[in-house]
Ligand binder design. Structure first.
Ligand SMILES: [Zn+2]
Length: 448
């Protein structure tokens, strides 16, 4: 990977299309070379069951490609559309107390749900079929932060899947009784139908039951990931696949997951008020590098300033943003990305900071992202001019002129976008692509 990946989540469907051209222009100004696109766009891509609308995604993919921005394209399955839970309420997850979690936030699906799994597979297949040959496609981004809000589901569908998982693991009901130590507190099972997830109990539930349920739950989410990965791999065998981790997230066995990723990626939201934030990030970086068995990894998400979910946001000290970005690179990261490119227009994360604030260009010139972008450019070109100057070039195409250098191992495309799988490098092409059905005739480095 000859370049540091730089960019962020991009959710253009939140904004009118007239804003998109400015987005691409500002990305060029910032030196952005990769965006994670359409992570939460399921309801726009499949507005009703089986009816797909990719026209808007075609347009922004084309614009990004024309602007020299590569795409880490999401499968958009992280949050299900309202029609699914309306038509199939049994696909909604259930808490340990038996409370069903409803539509209205995100990640409201039971990982064992056949309805969710088949719909996610269909969408992944549709995405792969439509964008397999699109020149902007550099990487697939499956789901988002698997298990972040619903790591465990205690519904009847999950209970049945848990019993099957236990039968494969333990064999007979007697072996299960032995492994769980059910002779204590009269927990001995006489047949499989009596076995349940560790739902709310009067006091401490069986610890072995809990441990097996945690293993089962990680495997169920991994199965969701695998379903999509297989759909993508079948159509686009050379496009690297990732899903973003969350540091030391206990519910998921990341060692098992990382074996199934081409690129390990991680989301890190340090608290500037935490004196041990640097230490925690160092540990997380080392974990990601270890998960990849020494391969580079990508810092997929961090925040330029405040987040919407912390009670108190302490401002970062001058240079802290840059320091933490450099720290990731020093720990082996080949990408420094943000959530998100342009701040949300509305919704739950409206007040979460972004690389581009609501007020757009004028504000962007003073924000951390601009300073950070100049730092990347100056460090890679060897030119002087640090982030403290906070005077981004207004000259269009400044990023282009830098990145079109023909240094060995660099792309010859319009920007420094490049990502590799195996030994091959994927560079953005130099010609345009008009429609998903057309034959693209530009140049593109072969994929591994
Ligand atoms: Zn469930």
């Amino acid at each position: 990977m000859p370049h540091i990946l730089y960019g962020g989540d991009y959710n253009p469907d939140q904004w009118p299309e007239r804003v998109w051209d400015e987005d691409v222009h500002l990305m060029q100004e910032a030196g952005v070379n990769l965006v994670s696109l359409a992570i939460f766009s399921w309801s726009r891509l499949e507005p009703s069951e089986g009816k797909y609308d990719f026209a808007w995604l075609d347009r922004i993919m084309d614009k990004l490609h024309a602007g020299g921005i590569a795409v880490d394209l999401a499968t958009a399955t992280a949050s299900t559309p309202p029609w699914m839970s309306h038509q199939h309420p049994e696909m909604l997850p259930v808490t340990i107390d038996g409370v069903r979690l409803w539509h209205g936030a995100r990640q409201h699906y039971c990982p064992s749900s056949p309805v969710y799994r088949s719909a996610a597979r269909r969408l992944a297949e549709q995405m792969a079929a439509r964008y397999a040959e699109h020149p902007a496609l550099a990487m697939w981004h499956v789901g988002n932060e698997f298990g972040c809000h619903v790591a465990y589901c205690y519904c009847d569908v999950s209970a049945e899947a848990f019993r099957k998982w236990l039968q494969e693991r333990h064999g007979s009901i007697e072996d299960l009784n032995r492994a769980w130590g059910t002779d204590f507190w009269s927990q001995r099972y006489s047949n499989w139908d009596e076995v349940l997830p560790p739902r709310r109990t009067p006091t401490w539930p069986n610890p072995s039951q809990q441990l097996d349920f945690m293993r089962f739950s990680s495997d169920e989410l991994l199965a969701c990931y695998e379903i999509e990965r297989e759909a993508l791999r079948e159509r686009t065998p050379d496009v690297p696949i990732t899903t973003n981790f969350m540091r030391f997230f206990k519910p998921l066995d990341y060692w098992k997951w990382a074996e199934r990723e081409d690129v390990v990626s991680d989301d890190v939201y340090q608290d500037p008020s935490d004196p041990e934030a640097g230490m925690r990030s160092a540990m997380a970086g080392d974990l990601m590098r270890s998960l990849g068995r020494g391969r580079p990894w990508v810092l997929m998400e961090q925040t330029s300033s405040r987040v919407n979910w912390r009670d108190v946001n302490v401002a970062k000290a001058p240079g802290q943003m840059r320091l933490w970005s450099y720290q990731a690179v020093a720990r082996g990261a080949d990408g420094v990305m943000f959530f998100q490119w342009r701040q949300s227009r509305a919704g739950a994360e409206k007040f979460h900071s972004a690389m581009v604030p609501h007020r757009s260009f004028a504000a962007w010139t003073q924000c951390a992202a601009a300073a950070s972008a100049r730092t990347w450019r100056s460090s890679s070109t060897g030119s002087r001019g640090g982030p403290s100057s906070c005077r981004p070039s207004r000259r269009r195409g400044s990023a282009r002129s830098h990145s079109s250098r023909s240094t060995t191992g660099r792309c010859s495309g319009p920007t420094s976008s490049a990502i590799s799988r195996g030994r091959r490098t994927i560079c953005p092409p130099t010609s345009s692509w008009s429609s998903p059905t057309s034959t693209w005739s530009g140049t593109r480095a072969p994929r591994a």
